[in-house]
Design a binder for this molecule. Sequence first.
Ligand code: ZN
Length: 717
Amino acid sequence: MAIDPYALCPCGSGKKIKFCECGIDTHELERISKLIEGEQFVATFDRINTLLKKTPNAAWLLAIKGEMALRLGEAEVFQQTAERFVQLKPTNPLALAMQALSVLISGSAPLREAANYLLSSLAESAGTVPNMAAEALAMLVRAVEQSGNEIMLAPWDGLGFALLGSEWISNSARSKVGLNLMLKSASPKGQVPADAPWRDRYQEAQVLTQGFRHAQAESKLKALLRDFPGELTPLMLLFDVQRTLLDDDGLIATAGKLRDHEGLDAEHRAYYEAMILAAQNEKRMRVADWLAGYELPAPDEAIARFAQEASFSAVPEQALEFRQMIAQLMEEEVPPSHVYLLYDRPVHATSEQSEGEAESDGDVASDMGMILLYGKQVDKPARLYISVHKFRDYPQRVRRVLDDIALGAELTDIGSLDRFSKPVLEFLNRRRLVTGTGNPELVPPERLAPLLADEFPDVPLEEFGQRTIGELVQDPQHQWTVRALLMLLEGAQFIQVPPESIQQTFQSVGLERPAADQVPDPRELDGPKILALDRIAPDPLDDEQLTRLIHLALAFSAIRSARRAAEVVRSRESTWKDPSARYLAATVLSSEGSSTEERLQMLEILEELAPQVQDSPGKWVVQRFMLLAQSGRSHEAQDVMVKAMQKYPSDPHINRLVGELMAAQRGAAAAQPNLSGGGQEIAGGGPAEQAPGKLVIPGQEDEGEQQSGSGLWLPGQ
Ligand SMILES: [Zn+2]
């Protein structure tokens, strides 16, 4: 195969081979390409290294060497090559992208540095984005997410869509249900008055951001703001620029100025406070907890006493994974010997009651906290750790039980017990069980709804000297904090409650929930405006608007909003008759959050309609099969599969599943797909990505499961 002289040069200059000045040798390139095609990787490396000895500055050789090292998972070679390449060609977009990826893979520098290299790469690449940059972008977004700095995702997500279009969807932060809507929205932009004396300077900064030169834009805006302090629009752009540069300190300072800015409306001021809360998530918005540790002279006595407490639920010994996770969080090598999940209502029959006497059926028991018990170790006495929310009378209740056992000296070092403290929203959505059902069950949304509004004002916040939200709202100084919390609650789409509940939660602290009266324009979903997806009432909308709302809600994985609109579609007879509207609504209603029966019914509808909307029926069959299997209805599951195999003999989804099932039956490693292909390992984010730290608390729904609700994505979205 001859080399096309008009193909882009592999050195990354963006020029065609024929016109590139990197000194590329087409004969050698051809030879190397053949070696790569023949998968003779060792020979390829040898050849490249020999050539590099002759021409150590040949960018094209470094480029190919880097690519190869990446594909083969040779992390060290990749890093050395990237380093050398970027030193040699500091404006080569490929070199810059490679260096960004190298920083991300090695984790040797703050993410901010990777972001800078990547922006420089995009700035230099003049339209053609190197593949390596796309890869670095995806990896950066994952790394930002894993770092917990989720507030920084939106600008990068926006970049992903702008540069890669629909290819970006699989990496997009928008598709994550667990991520707050508020963190998915782009930063709002201000108006530029025609006669503003800073107009030209502002526009220069804007042009710089469009060319990915954010660091320069930041300096320019800061200089502008020194001359015109407090100008609203430049401040808003500065916030966005700092968000893109992953500059937390800068961003928090700028957001503080915007929150206190009299020129902004209340919604936007609360929005910037919400951004501050989100950026400081680790430190702020934590529920005040009673955290303590004691020596335990008689562990057996404690174990016997706790067994009598019907609201203390002992985690079974088999839940080893869960205990190990706790050990990890506690930074202890040994897992606790006993773990008790504490509830505010009895959840099981005690040893003194007979089995049938299970407590008050159908009550909702909410998580109060946890007790960890460690047996005697060589160097440590037996110990007991307590983590209980200081909510209402929880500490007193637990104290009363502890009064019955002998506690030794209080421990001054309680390790990382504070890791169990929850942020407010997580607290409201905490582990709850419906009691008396034999098996712990998730609380349905309609049961959660009144609790949410009832509990919100009473939540004590660590950061505000344990004052409750209800007390804070009385203090004008903290009005933005409470509003910001409410906005974050609106954006928390994983909390599945009816809209009235959010309304009531606002009312519980004497505030009014802002309304939205029309389906928002997708281009205008920046800042707090994205909440319109949740605030709009779907009932008055016409069919066209309703469909638009569902599509928009799905694009941002606003599942609570999508579900509400889908339910309206189902309730309208004429709309439900329309196959495409029914397909859309059923897609939403078949996802998690509906009852199993309803989901099964919707999946059947989807299977039936799929051919009419040019979609594959097989994927819905597969989902129905999985759902039945998960609910322990294996006969029905089998039945579904057998029928489907006859009906759709060549459907790829069904065939893939059948293949996997057969492999699993043979005991092959079907459960563990081969992920160790070299390049994938190095680029795929490592083991953390394959095995996310799953919180396997009995009865608690894993948020990660919801996120992977791939059924939510529609063809052509
Ligand atoms: Zn070249």
